[in-house]
Design a protein around this ligand. Structure first.
Ligand code: HXC
Length: 531
């Protein structure tokens, strides 16, 4: 399978020199298209992986990929490295169209020197990064590499360093996506780590700073590569991966889908899709969703699916910090981000991992002009020494920072609990929400009724003949007085108390009214988000 320039039929009657040149060009082009040769390509296929060009063909709209730098090769002055062993320098680079929009991409080819990154391999990636930045187009990296090319030593390291710098300069300017489709070891993982989204292929994509052998030598731990750095390790344990796919083809389809929610750069509005889902669709099931018992869980995904356009929700980082759900969706065809506490996991509390997940996502949404819809049902930050010693103050502060900093439209719906610091953190009016709606089941208070009663009635409870009865009476009293949406609505912290079944039309209307929102921030070099 080939991509890019195809040889035109040689013109009969051309000069001998012209024919000679054409033959040379064809031979060079064939070498470049053969990459590591049939044996290594067969090995790549046997491992369940596509080659770089096959991947690019799948990623881009058919026939739109334009290859650049196909004849780039190593300089030839690194000992032990013959330039002819590195067709296309082990990386295919160029641009093309995805759903009609320009995207730049590079794809490392493991069949050429293990996809290892040398000086000129890096130069090809740098050129793509520079072009994408200048053109205001997203960059997709398809990574499959043994890392820094050993024979090129410090020149390879310099290549990585320059790529990291470009990743940082492009951050917040154009979307950067990495698909990890093979090994990614050592410092090589930091280019993916600097990009907005990492998609990993289960079974073949692996990322780690130090591999199993080094770990065994240094710490004595025995772990295999998949367990250490495979897709599930990074989706569920480290939180490094955002999406996981079962195959190369699925990962590339997912990449196309993800790009469909994103603008090409920070100056553009996100692309609007056709939507057959009526904006005034009501969901009667939502009126019954929240259980009467305040501690009974329900699945917030049901609320999300009821509110956004049918089948438009793409959950991100599902499997990591599941007490908080994040994802991209559309309402009326317009993309937005959804953030929601999940009462089914850890009662929807905010902990360190959920805070990091939330803050990074909200900052991404803000950078790329995607409105934020926040669905709140949280009893607060998760208590415990593990959280305190782990720095929940610092991590929890990221949530406040990200929401307060964001200038995109921010719409919040309080479904049930919104207590204390977590109430403020989950995009409250105080942090700058543009619209805050609440369901009748909402409870806004400094803390939950049980905790509050134990503190403010401690003495009376200690002296009571029947403390349990008194506690229940006081809890009821507290609930009636404080734990409802009307005190907050009376102060204007809530704009409307709405019927749950009407959430979609109400959110759609307020978002529509906010699409042209503009908000300024004090001028500065950059803020200092607590990291
Ligand atoms: C040069 C490399 C290479 C490398 C692989 N190859 N990695 N060549 N530099 N870094 C070559 C192999 O020699 C082999 O060539 C071919 O690629 C395929 O490799 P195999 O080992 O046969 O493949 P496999 O068994 O699938 O193992 C893949 C692998 C292993 C797990 C990636 O090759 C490996 O451990 N490589 C080294 C990984 C590593 O430690 N890299 C440095 C990381 S540090 P032939 O000719 O035999 O086909 C790093 C620092 C970045 O990257 C720093 C940034 C700041």
């Amino acid at each position: 399978m080939t991509v890019g320039v195809r040889p035109p039929a040689a013109r009969p009657g051309g000069s001998g020199l012209a024919r000679e040149r054409m033959r040379e060009w064809l031979a060079r082009r064939r070498a470049v298209e053969a990459m590591g040769g049939p044996e290594r390509v067969a090995r790549q296929h046997a491992a369940g992986k596509l080659t770089a060009r096959e991947r690019l063909e799948r990623l881009f709209d058919p026939g739109t990929f334009e290859e650049l730098g196909a004849f780039v090769r190593p300089r030839g002055d690194h000992p032990g490295l013959r330039p002819e062993t590195a067709p296309a320098e082990g990386v295919v680079t160029g641009f093309g169209r995805i759903d009609g929009r320009t995207v730049y991409a590079y794809a490392q080819d493991f069949t050429v020197l293990g996809g290892s990154l040398g000086e000129m391999h890096a130069a090809k990636i740098l050129r793509i990064q520079d072009l994408a930045l200048a053109a205001g187009a997203p960059i997709v990296g398809l990574n499959d590499s043994g890392g820094a090319r050993i024979q090129e030593g410090v020149d390879a390291l310099n290549g990585y360093g320059q790529i990291f710098r470009r990743n940082t300069l492009a951050s917040g300017v154009v979307p950067q996506l990495t698909v990890v489709m093979g090994p990614s070891a050592g410092g090589a993982v930091y280019s993916p780590g600097l990009t907005d989204f990492i998609i990993m292929v289960r079974g073949t994509g692996q990322m780690f700073i130090t591999g199993p052998q080094v770990i065994r030598a240094v710490t004595g731990e025995a772990v295999d590569a998949e367990e250490l750095g495979g897709a599930d390790a990074h989706l569920r344990k480290s939180g490094v991966a955002h999406l996981v796919a079962a195959s190369d083809a699925e990962a590339l389809d997912l990449t196309r889908r993800l790009l469909g929610y994103l603008p090409s750069n920070h100056l553009e509005a996100p692309p609007v899709a056709d939507s057959a889902d009526p904006l005034d669709r009501q969901e009667p099931g939502l009126d019954e969703l929240v259980p009467d018992e305040p501690n009974r869980p329900y699945d917030v995904l049901e609320v999300i699916r009821a509110v956004v356009d049918r089948d438009s929700f793409l959950e991100i980082q599902a499997g990591y910090a599941d007490n908080l759900v994040i994802g991209l969706a559309r309402i009326g065809g317009r993309p937005l981000g959804v953030v929601a506490n999940q009462p089914r996991v850890l009662a929807g509390t905010l902990d360190i991992n959920a805070s990091d997940k939330l803050a990074r996502f909200v900052r991404f949404l803000d950078a790329f002009n995607l409105p934020v819809l926040t669905l709140v049902d949280t009893p607060g930050y998760l208590p415990g020494t593990a959280q305190e010693f782990g720095g929940i103050i610092r991590h929890g502060a990221k949530v406040l920072y990200a929401y307060a900093e964001a200038t995109v439209p921010k719409v919040t719906v309080i479904l049930r609990k919104a207590y204390g610091g977590a109430y403020l953190a989950m995009c409250s009016r105080s942090l700058g929400a543009d619209a805050v709606y609440a369901w009748p089941s909402a409870e806004l208070a400094v803390m939950g009724p049980e905790g509050a009663v134990n503190i403010i009635h401690r003495r009376a409870l200690a002296e009571a003949e029947d403390p349990e009865r008194l506690r229940q009476q006081k809890v009821e009293e507290y609930r009636r007085t404080f734990a409802n949406p009307y005190v907050a609505a009376g102060r204007g912290y809530i704009d409307a108390v709405i019927r749950p079944s009407e959430t979609r039309p109400r959110v759609a209307r307020v978002l529509m009214a906010l699409y042209n929102k503009r908000e300024d921030r004090p001028r500065k070099k950059h803020g200092n988000i607590p990291l």
